[in-house]
Unconditional design. Structure first.
Length: 57
């Protein structure tokens, strides 16, 4: 989450000043959001798996 807020802040600060930097940072931000969503889904899957295993023990 820290990276997301950092890149969002950078994007906001260069938004109307440097379109090239804004585009690069925006793409990095989009990638970071996607990574966070992937990691959250993986965490949820692991949690569900562990809970399932506990029920079967």
């Amino acid at each position: 989450m820290c990276y997301i807020s950092t890149y969002a802040s950078i994007a906001e600060s260069v938004k109307d000043k440097d379109i090239v930097t804004y585009d690069i940072v925006s793409q990095i931000l989009a990638d970071e959001v996607e990574h966070e969503e992937d990691l959250q889904a993986l965490s949820d899957d692991i949690t569900d798996f562990v809970e399932s295993m506990k029920k079967h023990m």
